[in-house]
Each structure stands twice: as C-alpha cells, then as structure tokens.
Design a protein around this ligand. Sequence first.
Ligand SMILES: *[C@@H]1O[C@H](CO)[C@@H](O)[C@H](O)[C@H]1NC(C)=O
Ligand SMILES: *[C@@H]1O[C@H](CO)[C@@H](O)[C@H](O)[C@H]1NC(C)=O
Length: 460
Amino acid sequence: MPGTRLLLLLLLLLFGGGLAPGAADDDGAAAGRCTYSFTVASPGEAGCPEAGDGRELRAELAALAARLSLLESREAGAAAPAQSPRVQSARPSTPAACGDLLRAVSRLEEDKGRLEREKEELRRRLESSARELARLRAARCPPRARGSPRDALHGSGQASPWDPQTIDYQELKSARMEVPASHLLEETAPGRPDAEDSAGCGELVWVGEPVVFGQADSIAGKYGVWMKDPEPVPPFTRATTWRVDTVGTEVRQLFQYDDAEQFSKGYPAKVHILPRALESTGAVVFRGGLYFQQRRSRLLAKYDLQGEAIAVEKEIPGAGYHGQYPYSWGGYTDIDLAVDETGLWVIYSTEKAKGAIVLSKLDPETLEIQRTWETNIRKQSVANAFIICGVLYTISSYTVPNATVNFSYDTATGTSRPLSIPFENRYQYVSMVDYNPAERQLFAWDSFHMVAYPVRLARA
Ligand SMILES: *[C@@H]1O[C@H](CO)[C@@H](O)[C@H](O)[C@H]1NC(C)=O
Ligand SMILES: *[C@@H]1O[C@H](CO)[C@@H](O)[C@H](O)[C@H]1NC(C)=O
C-alpha cells in the first residue's frame, strides 16, 4: 500500500534520519545543546585606556551571540516534534494528509540543514572575533599583574584554540555550560551600545564581517531594504524590523516584524500597503515614519507607521531620479535617505552638481532642506554611501568580495579623503547599505540576504 510506505518513510524521517542528528550537534552531551558565554568588562578593565575598541567588538560579539541564540531556539523548535510521542501515534488517516506531513518534514529538514550551516559559520566568527578582541587588548593594554581569581564559570579548563590565558580583562568562550545562551546575552547587554554610547561619535575605522539576519525566498527579494528605527515611537520598539522587497515596478508592500525571530523566519506581523509606490532601496525608518522616494519622481514622502497614512511629502529641488544619478549598481538608486546620530539626510545629485554627490540635512517633520553640501565624489562611480556622525562614506564596489569603504566627506569641515577600509560583499550583490546609529551597525541587502556589519569608530 502506498499509504503504508509513506507512513514508514515518514517515521524513518522523523526518528531515523535527518531531524534527530541535529540535536547531537557537538560532542553529543546529554543536554544536546551548546551555549555560549562570555564575560565583559572586569573592574580592572576600566583602567585600560582604549576601552572603546573593546566595546565595539563586544557589541559585535553580543550581536553574534544573539543570532546564535536565536538559531538555537529555532533549532530546538524544529526538533521538538521529533521528540514528541504524539507524533508517533498521530497516524495520518489519508495518503493526502501523509503527503502533506512528508512535505512538512522535508521542509523542516531543509531548514534545519540551513540553520546548522549558519550556526557553524556564526560559531566560527564568534571565535575569530574573540581572538581579535584578545589580540587587540593584548596589544594595547600593558600587561598587569593578575590578581583577581577567575569566575568559577570560566575555569572549566576546556582549552579552546584561542584560550585567552594571557589576558585578565576579557574572556569569551564557546563551550557546553549549564547557563543558557539567552541568560548570558542579558549579561552582555552592556556590549550593545546604549543611547549615551551612540552619542559618542567618531570616525569609521573598521567594518566587520556581515551577519545574516534574514533571507528572501522569492525573486522580489533579490534586492530590497531592511530597517530598524533608531528612535522608535510606541507601539513600535527597537526590535521592530521593517522590510521592503524592491524588485518590481509597483513596490507598495512594507513588511512589519515584531522582533528578530519573526524577521528571520520571514513571517510578518503585518503588511502595510503604501499609498504611493516606492522606488529603489533608499528608504529609512525614523521616529515612527517610513521615509521614501516615490516612484518616478523626486518627491519624498513620510509614511506614518502608526497612522498608516502619508504625513508629509516634499520635492528635493533639482534631484536626479529614475536612473539619472544612481549608484554604480543602478537600480534607480538616485535618491538615498540616511539616518545618523544627528538626524535625517538625503544623498542624491543634481545637474548643477554634474553628478557629484550632494548631501542635504532634512527636517524630519516637514522634509524641508536645512542645509546642503556638495562633494567632489561622482555618484555613479561608487556602489553605495552611508552617513555616520555627519560624515559621508562611500563603498567602492557592490559586487567584488574585497570591496572597500574608500572615501569620506566630513560635513563639519567640508573636507574629503580617501580611505581603504575592507568591506566584504559576501553574496556579491549589495543593493542597499544604511548605517543604524542605535544598533551601531551597517544594515545591508546582499542578493536575497539581509545582513548587518558591525563597525568600529575611533573616538575623538
Ligand atoms: C572609490 O571606488 C570607486 C569605484 O571603484 C572609484 O571610482 C573611486 O575613484 C574610488 N575613490 C577613491 C578615493 O579611491
Ligand atoms: C581584489 O581582489 C582581486 C582579485 O584577487 C585583485 O585583483 C584586486 O586588486 C583586489 N582589490 C583590492 C582593492 O584589494
């Protein structure tokens, strides 16, 4: 009977094959679960002059660990049905139901395989970040006498390849422990910059490797824009995540996700239909509004996320649009909005500027231009641009893996200079890059992947 064979296959899949081994991810401890721990800022650390650098790295570590924790909880969720006795007795009554189940199982398996790979990758990067932190601290902080006894948690003696034996101020390790990752994340929350921290401005000196937070599964998501509001207005929070897939001519759907997990699963809490079609990947979310360029026009609009209506529209005088002055990857990226520590900006060009990047500071309430700067960087020669602390940065290529942040223009002084900060185009098609001053990360969209890059700023 086909039905019996299907059922057998199903049971095999559930208990013999793909799902269960996932739980035995590492050395097969009974708990079957890997957790991550790290300690931060021991009291002695405050004495080290360059504590700022460590803080940026810790922010990255916290972000990586958050991602890992998320993956693990999803993994646990995916594995759960396999361990549930109910599944065993729930015999599908028809072959059709059985087929559905089979398909569901194979989808779960695919998901699981993908999660496993992503987890491995994150684990690898967590370690390499930790090594970098250790190296950085060792290089910068003079060796001090080690006095303070180590926290018992960290004395388990499991030497890792980057065992920070020589440093007494920072420790990170990936090992089996009894403390769940989520708990440790709370401990490391200080690694995530708070408002006071973000106000500490500086110049960009380092961009880390991209971390994947979401993935589009249809062609509409080959390029797009994803965002978090650095100054959210209730009922939205810092966790609320927004996404627009921008392939197509009538782009009106704005996806709202309540948190990172929803976002990574790709199930929106709500889909807003914008009253006007949006063009390209220049949109930002700021103080409760989605700011975007309307299709085939130099009109900017603010869509009120709570009121679900256009609150204000304004033209950017002389701004090129719809392919006049795009970034090098094209995609009608003529008008690119940005948010930094100082507020709302728009990056564009005009005929008067002959295609050079023009920057204007905008009043977020009225969209009036407050002030404008003209640079000497040709907009079409660079792949993308973003603003940190009032400084414009450009990226050399949207496709080569070894791209660089290769230019900066400081609006405070009106001076520009060449730079050479590595920027990895991991999936080789970066269509959007925006700085998020609250997260202190670059959000980017790289060929179906929604990624974020940690950054480090040199404090003034
Ligand atoms: C930055 O990269 C772009 C694209 O490769 C190039 O045209 C531009 O000259 C570079 N700028 C500097 C300062 O190297
Ligand atoms: C990037 O890699 C290519 C090929 O390996 C090399 O030719 C090129 O010089 C590199 N570019 C930079 C900016 O390092």
